[in-house]
Design a binder for this molecule. Structure first.
Ligand SMILES: NC(=O)C1=CN([C@@H]2O[C@H](COP(=O)(O)OP(=O)(O)OC[C@H]3O[C@@H](n4cnc5c(N)ncnc54)[C@H](OP(=O)(O)O)[C@@H]3O)[C@@H](O)[C@H]2O)C=CC1
Ligand SMILES: CC(=O)N[C@@H](CCC(=O)OP(=O)(O)O)C(=O)O
Length: 343
């Protein structure tokens, strides 16, 4: 059994990790932490857990707790994860769901996150946890930087196209997210009355996922890629749908472009490339670990790609468990949800 610790278990990604890990046949959840609710039974904090576990939430004390587990999931705010990593490192592997180890360029990280990075050498050691692309490196990693939710929905469809240099390195992506993407603490921008019945773009031209996406796409292309990324907030709880606009040579057909993505992901258990003429919808992925992709050629040179994920599953905790499976030599499908909650 893989002994697992979950830091930040009362957060949205932490609760999703508990949901997934509790059904995973190879996992034993050893502990779960909360900063504010330590000492409280999980079933009292979240009654959905009544009758399923007697686990008590613990204050995070990594010096001691890391010794009890094989891997620690960090579902913590940006900047907090890096405080815990040094204590975990000698004892257990780390899968960080936050952004502290995703961006290799530290100046960029510090600019977009407004934080001073305390562990530059660990950033260089960290492996970007997109299994479909970095599987080999993930196998032997000590620390995995689980990708951001928006980046997951954008990098997966674009990677094969940029790797093959079949599209121009100038891309536009509009992404729409449910509100769980903002974490459990409501703000003036995210509470019910602000969201319900409305829809808006936000952080136009300045979202912190832009440099993460750009770094990964440029590495795929082997040169600089420009991306205009605009996130939107949907009045729903879960899910991200990204609409991505790319340009190819007029001689490239819809079928050829589709074939490049389809061939790349043909044997991947968690990426589904839809037949031409079909497009993903959130309802076909919510609650599952799938990333679904559809594509259409709309004029001589423009192609529109649509991708859909559940931000808490393939966009966070499902992907983290997929990474854990790779780390411990378990089949990547094991323990991960493939059924959606539909209708
Ligand atoms: N939500 C999403 O869709 C995604 C989130 N992420 C990233 O995953 C991480 C967690 O996100 P999410 O679950 O949404 O966040 P939440 O705000 O929902 O939860 C944060 C968790 O961290 C705990 N916490 C807060 N401050 C501290 C601290 N100083 N020390 C220890 N524990 C602390 C909280 O504990 P308590 O409140 O009990 O004290 C809570 O359990 C973030 O880095 C986020 O950016 C990544 C991909 C998708
Ligand atoms: C809707 C919403 O607010 N989304 C978040 C991103 C969510 C996310 O998962 O970002 P990280 O993985 O980098 O934490 C935002 O725009 O900041």
């Amino acid at each position: 059994m893989i002994r697992v610790g979950i830091a930040g278990a009362t957060g949205y990604t932490g609760l999703e990790l508990l949901r997934i890990c509790s059904h995973h046949p190879e996992v034993e959840i050893i502990w779960a932490t909360s900063d504010s609710y330590s000492g409280i039974e999980l079933g009292n904090y979240c009654p959905a857990w009544q009758g399923r576990t007697c686990m008590v939430l613990e204050k995070p004390d990594m010096e001691e707790m890391a010794r009890e587990v094989d891997v620690v999931f960090l579902g913590l705010p940006h900047g907090v994860s890096m405080d815990y990593v040094p204590a975990i490192f000698p004892h257990a592997k780390v899968i960080d769901l936050g952004a502290d180890f995703r961006i290799q360029n530290l100046e960029t990280y510090e600019k977009y996150y407004g934080l001073h990075h305390k562990l530059p050498t660990v950033v260089r050691e960290a492996v970007y946890g997109l299994p479909e692309i970095y599987r080999q490196k993930i196998k032997t990693a000590q620390i995995i930087a689980n990708p951001g939710c928006y980046p997951t929905s954008i990098i997966i469809p674009l990677y094969p196209l940029l790797k093959n240099q079949i599209i121009q390195p100038e891309i536009i992506a509009d992404s729409k997210s449910g509100v769980t993407g903002a974490g459990k603490k409501p703000t003036e921008v995210t509470h019910f009355c602000e969201i319900d019945g409305s829809f808006k773009a936000y952080k136009i031209g300045e979202h912190r996922h832009q440099p993460e996406i750009q770094e990964q796409l440029s590495s795929a292309y082997g040169g600089s890629v420009d991306i205009v990324f605009t996130p939107h907030l949907l009045p729903i709880k879960r899910g991200i749908l990204s609409t991505i606009y790319v340009q190819g040579d007029p001689s490239v057909s819809e079928k050829e472009m589709w074939k490049i993505i389809e061939n790349f992901y043909h044997n991947e258990p968690w990426v589904r490339v839809y037949p031409l003429g079909q497009f993903p919808e959130l309802k076909w992925v919510l609650g599952s670990n799938f990333c679904d992709i559809g594509l259409k050629k709309v004029d001589k040179k423009h192609f529109v790609i649509v991708s859909a994920i559940d931000n808490l599953t393939k966009g966070a905790s499902g992907q983290a468990v997929q990474n854990m499976n790779i780390l411990f030599g378990v089949d990547e499908r094991v323990g991960l949800p493939s059924s959606v909650l539909y209708p």
